[in-house]
Write a protein that binds this ligand. Structure first.
Ligand SMILES: C[S@@+](CC[C@H](N)C(=O)[O-])C[C@H]1O[C@@H](n2cnc3c(N)ncnc32)[C@H](O)[C@@H]1O
Length: 224
């Protein structure tokens, strides 16, 4: 098996059982061994086979943000084989319990995600509600009253529609993290306009992780 030092660095950032650590190590190794896939529009046959997972260092940051903000209700747009979801669920459990709403429209990926969560154990599995199907439909109802954190790791044309569904429930002080915003800047133009409109109540920065990782805080409607 190839050795990726960034995986061990990430695993050292999380508090987790040996079982969970091993599942994360295996999944990251598989994901990093893949030929990279870059999304622009819609899913392709190529993407069906791939993790297209969040990089290990981004997973570490997301996990630590969740721990520091005591996030308990999370929406994940784009679940794939469920790797990032494990970090979300781990933090939710350690923050006192809550829910991770995961979303995936490819049945084979959803099945694989469930298997991976089972391998990680009940402490991970029990906080996850996987909504299968197009997230533009599955997130239309039954969101938690208050969402603490939204991870947008989805094809670019779906990011803004997802944010618009979740925004009304996003708590003041809630976070939105969006992957690959520098590399896929043109695909995210509409999303960025929405974040920049003061009427929508966000302040944000871009962290210089590979491809860019955008981090927005929801300060409430009409920020100056
Ligand atoms: C970048 S991957 C997510 C990777 C995952 N967050 C991780 O780190 O392991 C994006 C996923 O979104 C899924 N997807 C694409 N369009 C979707 C839609 N309309 N509804 C739900 N999921 C969708 C794709 O099948 C793909 O698995």
């Amino acid at each position: 098996m190839p050795n990726f030092p960034e995986i061990e660095k990430t695993l050292a950032s999380v508090e987790a059982s040996p079982r969970v650590i091993q599942v994360l190590r295996d999944l990251h190794t598989k994901a990093l061994s893949e030929v990279p896939f870059v999304s622009t529009a819609g899913s392709t046959a190529d993407a069906l086979e791939k993790f297209v997972a969040l990089d290990p260092d981004k997973c570490a940051l997301v996990y630590l943000l969740l721990r520091s903000t005591a996030a308990r209700f999370i929406v994940e747009a784009g679940t794939s084989f469920g790797l990032s979801t494990i970090y979300l669920s781990l933090a939710v459990g350690q923050n006192g319990g809550g829910k991770v709403i995961a979303t995936e429209n490819e049945p084979t990926k959803a099945l694989k995600a469930r298997e991976n969560w089972r391998a990680a154990g009940n402490d991970i599995e029990k906080w996850i509600e996987l909504r299968e199907g197009d997230l533009r439909e599955t997130l239309k109802k039954d969101l938690p009253d208050q969402v603490d954190f939204l991870l947008l790791d989805i094809w670019t044309p779906l990011a803004l529609p997802t944010l618009k569904l979740v925004h009304p429930r996003l708590k003041i002080g809630g976070l939105v993290v969006v992957d690959n915003t520098i590399e896929a800047a043109s695909g995210y133009a509409d999303l960025m306009s929405y974040f920049e409109d003061p009427a929508n109540g966000f302040k944000a920065t871009t962290a210089p992780y590979s491809g860019g990782l955008f981090i927005a805080v929801h300060l409430g409607r009409g920020v100056a």
